[in-house]
Design a protein around this ligand. Structure first.
Ligand SMILES: C[S@@+](CC[C@H](N)C(=O)[O-])C[C@H]1O[C@@H](n2cnc3c(N)ncnc32)[C@H](O)[C@@H]1O
Length: 300
């Protein structure tokens, strides 16, 4: 299409959906972006070069996909909905675009091919599993649209309402940066919620200092940290000692007495441990939770 005859994104999207008789499916998070200004911003945030291989989850009818493909070496786009997948496949054939690998699968279940960037307007119902799946892979940068509340929790700071299990889990894995808000009118159909575009940059914190001594953060310590975080955030306003006792099954204790005696033993040995156990969960920084986890490690 020449610049002159180019339709606005809103018109183009409505036309493609209408021509194909598509009624978008809320259960699959099918809210399609129709805001050209926000689309341009998202592409710009991705700082693409012709070396980049971009993973996109949920390409829909290609709103971001085609723009990404113009600026990157290759796009790998995973779309679950077979009807939408076929519409996009035909569109790419028609437009002669050959640097997009389309995969018709559930992105939560399928293995990802190699990529170095991720750019997606995510289906919000898979925000949590897909984000943790991303973090199991090596990549340089991700530009992702989430429901605003979810994005706020990803970025939650210690002591605030937004500080959550998600914030604590992400802390050792990625730097999270808010980029821009996107309002419901930027999509069809309009969702009931605001959205936020977030930048994720993986980080690799390998050690933590406790009382001047360096401790390794490896897969094993992160696994224990995950359990402790899960147990603590079941009771975000309780003192962490009570939170751990109340959620003891999550850290592998059936018996209340047994955990209490382990905690007492550690409190007697280490005044810092005692101090941390008196803090409420929401006031414990990720470093402090890691410290608790490392001290508890030999008893879990
Ligand atoms: C929010 S829409 C985004 C569409 C398009 N990228 C845009 O920006 O307008 C999310 C897309 O993800 C697809 N989707 C939903 N669940 C999925 C899953 N588990 N795996 C892959 N795609 C999924 C939906 O069918 C939908 O096309």
């Amino acid at each position: 299409m020449s610049e002159k005859t180019k339709l606005s994104l809103a018109k183009e999207t409505k036309q493609i959906l209408q021509e194909n008789g598509i009624i978008l499916n809320k259960n699959l998070g099918q809210n399609y972006l129709i805001d050209d200004f926000k689309r341009k911003k998202i592409i710009k945030y991705a700082k693409l070069s012709k070396e980049d291989i971009v993973l996109e989850i949920g390409p829909g009818i290609g709103t971001l996909t085609i723009e990404l493909a113009k600026n990157a070496k290759k796009v790998i786009a995973i779309e679950q909905d077979a009807t939408i997948f076929n519409i996009l496949k035909k569109r790419l054939e028609r437009e002669g675009i050959d640097n997009i690998e389309l995969i018709n699968e559930d992105a939560v279940k399928v293995d990802f091919p190699e990529f170095n960037k991720i750019v997606s307007n995510l289906p919000y119902q898979i925000s949590s599993p897909i984000s943790f799946k991303f973090l199991k892979h090596k990549f340089d940068l991700a530009i992702l649209m989430y429901q605003k509340e979810f994005a706020d929790r990803m970025n939650g700071k210690v002591g605030t309402k937004q500080y959550s299990r998600l914030s604590a889990m992400l802390y050792f894995k990625a730097d999270v940066k808010f980029l821009t808000k996107v309002s419901p009118e930027s999509f069809i159909p309009s969702p009931k919620v605001d959205s936020s575009v977030i930048q994720l940059k993986p980080k690799d914190i390998k050690t933590i200092k406790i009382d001047g001594e360096e401790f390794k953060i490896n897969d094993e310590s992160y696994k224990i940290y995950s359990k402790v975080v899960k147990a603590l955030f079941q009771h975000r306003n309780k003192k962490s000692k009570n939170a751990l006792i109340d959620s003891r099954h999550m850290i592998g204790f059936k018996d209340k007495k047994e955990l209490k005696s382990v905690l007492k033993h550690l409190e007697d040995k280490n005044p810092k441990f005692k101090e941390l156990l008196l803090e409420r969960t929401i006031n414990l920084s990720p470093e402090s939770i890691m410290e608790l986890s490392i001290l508890l490690k030999d008893h879990l």
